[in-house]
Design a protein around this ligand. Structure first.
Ligand code: SER
Length: 390
C-alpha cells in the first residue's frame, strides 16, 4: 500500500462511521500557543477538546503534519522521525474509549489486513490521582489482543498544561519470527497508534480538573503504518523517506544511522521552511537551524567539502507535495544554501578561537560567553568543535 492509499483507507473508514474531515493546520501553531510546533493531530483541536463546539461536529478525522523535537536524539533508529504525518480521529464528547478501540482494531485487521496475532496493546494502570483504565483493558481482552498496564507511559499530554488523560497504545510486531514478550520487554513491538481519553485538564499549578466533555483523541504515524504494511525494515524504506535516502546515498558514503539522520533532518528542514519558518537564533528558527547544522555536521565528518547544493531538486519537491504545501523549491533551496554558507563561515572563524581557548584548559562558562557574545559562536557549535578536536 502507498501512503496515499493508506490515508484514503483510513479516512474512508472514519467517513463511513460519520466522521468529517477536520482541516489540517500548518506546523506553526496560532499566536499565543506555548508550543513551538504542531506536535500532533490533537494540537490544533485543543480549544474543542476544552469544550468549544467544532463546526465539523463531534466526530472528526484527518491527516496532520507534525514535528517532534522530543524524539530528536532517537532519530537514526528504525522508527523515529522529526517531521511525520499523523492520521487522527476524534470523538468530541460523543463515543467512548471502548468504541474507539473496537473501530481501530477493525480498521487495522480488516481495513489494512494486519494479522490480529501481531497486535499488542498497553493501557493506563492508574496512579495516585486517576484509577486504572479498566474499560480499555476489558475491551482489548474481549478483542483477544494481549494487553499490558503501565504508569506514566500511558498518560498523554501535549505539554505541562491543557487537556490530557490515560491512553491506550497499539503495537505491531516487527520481528522476523513469531511475536515474543511485550512492548515493555521487546522493542520489536513498534507503537503505531495511540487512543487517548481526553478527560482531564491540567492547570498551571498541576491540579487536574475534569473536562466538560469526555473526548477521544487518536493518532497513528503514517510512516510507521506504511512500514508495517509493506514489510519494510525501517521507516526510511518508505515512500516519503526513500527519495532522501537515495539522493544522499547516490552522492556520499555514510553509515546507516548517519544516512537516516541526514535524510530525516533535511526532509524535516524542507517541510519547516515550506511552512514559512526561517533560520534564526531563537524559537522555531533555531530548531530549523539545528536540524540543518546537525545534518551538515554528520556530512562534514568525513569530507568538509560536501554541500547540500549537490543534491537534486526531487526530494525537496516530493516533501513539499507530500506534506500538502504550496512552497516553491528554488527559494527554499536558496535559504538552505545561505544557511550552509553561514555555518561554514562560523566554523572557519570558530575553529582557531576554540583551539586557542582550549589550549589553556577546559572551557569555563566565561569562555562560552565570550565565544558567544563576542564571536557569535553558540554553545552547541563550540561543543561540536571541541568534539572534533578531541
Ligand atoms: N495525541 C496522541 C498522540 O499524539 C494521539 O493523537 O499520540
Amino acid at each position: 500500500m502507498t501512503p496515499e492509499q493508506i490515508v484514503r483507507t483510513f479516512l474512508t473508514h472514519y467517513h463511513r462511521l460519520d466522521h468529517r474531515d477536520a482541516p489540517e493546520s500548518s506546523l506553526i501553531p496560532p499566536p499565543g500557543d506555548p508550543v513551538l510546533f504542531t506536535t500532533s493531530g490533537m494540537h490544533p483541536l485543543t480549544p474543542y477538546l476544552l469544550g468549544r463546539p467544532h463546526p465539523g461536529g463531534r466526530r472528526l478525522a484527518n491527516v496532520q503534519r507534525c514535528l517532534r523535537t522530543t524524539d530528536l536524539d532517537e532519530v537514526g533508529d528504525r522508527t523515529h522521525l522529526t517531521v511525520f504525518d499523523m492520521l487522527g480521529s476524534w470523538s468530541l464528547g460523543d463515543y467512548d474509549i471502548a468504541t474507539s478501540l473496537r473501530w481501530g482494531h477493525q480498521l487495522l485487521t480488516e481495513g489494512f489486513g494486519i494479522d490480529p496475532n501481531r497486535l499488542h496493546a498497553t493501557v493506563f494502570g492508574g496512579d495516585d490521582q486517576v484509577g486504572p483504565d479498566e474499560t480499555a483493558w476489558r475491551t482489548w481482552t474481549e478483542l483477544g489482543v494481549p494487553v499490558e498496564a503501565n504508569g506514566a507511559d500511558n498518560w498523554w499530554s501535549n505539554g505541562p498544561t491543557g487537556p490530557c488523560g490515560p491512553d491506550s497504545e497499539i503495537f505491531v510486531w516487527t520481528g522476523d519470527g513469531p511475536p515474543t514478550g511485550t512492548p515493555g520487554t521487546d522493542d520489536r513491538w513498534m507503537e503505531v497508534w495511540n487512543h487517548v481519553q481526553m478527560r482531564h485538564h491540567r492547570h498551571d499549578d498541576g491540579r487536574l480538573t475534569p473536562l466538560p466533555l469526555l473526548s477521544i483523541d487518536t493518532g497513528m504515524g503514517l510512516e510507521r503504518l506504511e512500514m508495517v504494511l509493506t514489510g519494510g525494515r525501517s521507516v526510511f524504506e518508505g515512500a516519503g523517506l526513500s527519495p532522501w535516502v537515495e539522493a544522499v546515498q547516490d552522492r556520499w558514503t555514510l553509515g546507516e544511522e548517519e544516512l537516516r539522520i541526514v535524510a530525516d533532518h533535511l526532509r524535516s528542514a524542507a517541510v519547516v521552511l515550506g511552512d514559512g519558518v526561517r533560520p534564526g537564533n531563537t524559537g522555531r528558527g533555531y530548531v530549523l537551524r539545528r536540524l540543518v547544522r546537525r545534518a551538515l555536521t554528520v556530512l562534514w565528518r568525513d569530507d568538509p567539502e560536501r554541500s547540500l547544493t549537490e543534491l537534486p531538486d526531487d526530494p525537496y519537491a516530493d516533501a513539499v507535495r507530500r506534506f500538502r504545501q504550496a512552497a516553491a523549491v528554488g527559494p527554499l533551496r536558496d535559504l538552505l544554501a545561505d544557511e550552509e554558507r553561514r555555518f561554514r563561515g562560523l566554523l572557519r572563524r570558530g575553529r582557531p578561537l576554540v583551539d586557542r581557548v582550549r589550549a589553556r584548559g577546559p572551557l569555563t562558562e566565561r569562555d562560552y560567553h565570550w565565544l558567544h557574545d563576542t564571536h557569535g559562536l553558540p554553545r552547541d557549535l563550540v561543543d561540536g568543535l571541541l568534539d572534533e578536536a578531541s
